[in-house]
Ligand binder design. Structure first.
Ligand code: BES
Ligand code: ZN
Ligand code: ZN
Length: 499
């Protein structure tokens, strides 16, 4: 999509649809809104006065301009209550309005939203770009009959005079973030018969080639040589080779400490021998969203080009049942020497991440962020509104939290009290891979923490509730969301900027 900035008059803007944001209950029109209303002979104020348009969040109302404006339609976009408005809702409301405008056939869009208290011209243009560029991607990639599909080709963002340089920078950044997130989403959307571990490795090689990054891919034999019994156990049931992938972005020089982004890449999670119920099992094609987010983040980081050392690790395995598959009660030894009693083969994400995180540290990482669709309990804990964040030390968790705040990707921290470790005790091995029902998201994190070396920092993003949606949202269609891409990218940009 061609995204540009215009600081001219709203009435002179050419577009199929000019989207303007209005707050819930707003009756006063000023600035560009007043100019538009005047040119439309009061059509907007009449809709407001009659309460035909109330400004509820994600509400949309079309007004045909009949030649009174350069734009063919005005789309009134509801922003919700003014005191709740932020860059978060700026992004989601822009996406919802763009989706509404496209439904009417609009292929060229322009957008004018009010500023939010937390937002200046650059962040605003970035949020609007991200909202529209991400909001307009649908998961219908395998539909043969797509004739009615409308493609939006251009977006113009209205900025105040004097703000256009900052807004253009926001557009540049927003485009990078949105395109990288859309890469993650498109990988996640592919069904598991297409997107298996070998194909994910091929996708990683494409990114490596495009940006001149070093890439290392371990298959079954290389994992055996390195004693990676934990990830190998999960791979036993699958005919597809597991792939442990490391992408290396090393532009930080010798002084900068290396950060590893480690993603769970279960390309399909049947549960293995501890098989899942049939209902909703198809969603488990999304169990590689963590690894896909790592690849998206590496792409965005390579586009931004910060002075940083980053290793993206993708732990890609298919978790299948079968005659060769791992059994409950099996004991495996991870590459740091720790033994694990696999009491439930469906708790496989932590098993693949264990060896992935050990490897990342062997490759030199001192700081780790892992990202994974790890626990159904994450949905119970926070619902779909936020990603669960855990980790230690707290300064590193805070650093990740700040990056998430900048991204508009909500996270909420859960505690790690020493007592949780008790739940992972095994009678036969160093630890068990499940900790019972209480605090399932936390005990999963505590399991992973056992593979972080003393003195290194670690943060854990459980995106089980946020990586994909089972239904259409106003601002995103059903399917994968790209959760974590922008947070991880901002984390690296912040660190490179000494923030
Ligand atoms: N991939 C699932 C977690 C999941 C569930 C992601 C729902 C997205 C939506 C994970 O591998 C899993 O099966 N976890 C088990 C762990 C349990 C056996 C301790 C779970 O959450 O039930
Ligand atoms: Zn599982
Ligand atoms: Zn899983």
């Amino acid at each position: 999509m061609d995204v540009r900035v215009d600081s001219g008059a709203a009435t002179a803007l050419k577009a199929d649809a000019l989207i303007v944001g209005l707050f819930f209950g707003q009756t006063e029109l000023s600035g560009a809104l007043a100019d538009l209303d005047k040119a439309l002979d009061g059509a907007i104020s009449e809709l407001l006065a009659n309460k035909e348009f109330k400004g509820a969040r994600y509400e949309a109302e079309m007004v045909l301009t009949m030649g009174k404006l350069a734009a063919r339609r005005v789309v009134l976009a509801g922003l919700g209550k003014e005191d709740q408005y932020s860059s978060y809702y700026m992004r989601t409301c822009a996406a919802a309005a763009a989706r509404s405008a496209r439904k009417k056939g609009a292929t060229t869009l322009a957008i004018h939203f009010p500023t939010a208290p937390d937002t200046h011209a650059q962040e605003m243009a970035q949020a609007l770009t991200e909202g529209v560029v991400m909001g307009l991607v649908d998961p219908d990639i395998y539909k043969s009959d797509n004739e009615d599909k409308v493609t939006v080709t251009a977006l113009t963002i209205l900025s105040g005079a004097g703000d256009s340089a900052a807004a253009s920078e926001g557009v540049r950044r927003g485009n990078i973030m949105a395109e990288a997130s859309n890469l993650t989403r498109s990988l996640a959307e592919e069904p598991a018969n297409v997107m298996n571990p070998v194909r994910l490795a091929a996708e990683a090689r494409k990114v490596a080639e495009q940006y001149g990054l070093e890439i290392e891919v371990l298959g079954r034999a290389e994992m055996e040589e390195r004693g990676m019994g934990s990830i190998l156990g999960v791979a036993l049931g699958s005919v597809t080779e597991p792939q442990l992938i490391a992408l290396k972005y090393m532009k930080g020089g010798a002084g900068a400490e290396t950060v590893a982004l480690v993603g769970k890449g279960i390309t399909f999670d049947t549960g293995g021998t501890s098989i899942k119920p049939a209902e909703n099992m198809h969603y488990m094609k999304y169990d590689m969203c963590g690894a896909a987010a790592v690849l998206g983040a590496i792409k965005a980081i390579a586009e931004f080009g910060p002075a940083a050392n980053v290793i993206g690790v993708m732990c890609c395995v298919e978790n299948m049942p079968g005659g060769a598959a791992q059994r409950p009660g099996d004991v495996v030894r991870a590459s740091n020497g720790k033994t694990i009693e696999v009491l439930n083969t469906d708790a496989e994400g932590r098993l693949v991440l264990a060896d992935g995180i050990v490897w990342a540290q062997k490759l030199g990482a001192k700081h780790v962020v892992d990202i994974c669709t790890l626990t159904g309990a994450a949905v119970i804990t926070l619902g779909h509104a936020a990603t669960c964040l855990l980790g230690s030390p707290q300064v590193w968790v805070d650093q990740v939290k700040r990056a998430s705040d900048e991204s508009g990707e909500r996270v909420w921290q859960l505690p790690i009290f020493p007592e949780y470790r008790e739940q992972l005790k095994s009678n036969i091995a160093d630890l068990a891979n499940i900790g019972g029902r209480p605090a399932g998201t936390i005990t999963a994190a505590v399991f992973i923490q056992q593979f972080v070396e003393d003195g290194n920092s670690w943060a854990h993003l459980d995106i089980a509730a946020t990586a994909y949606s089972e239904r259409d949202l106003p601002y995103l269609p059903q399917g994968s969301s790209g959760a974590g891409v922008r947070t991880m990218t901002n984390l690296i940009l912040d660190l490179a900027n000494g923030k």
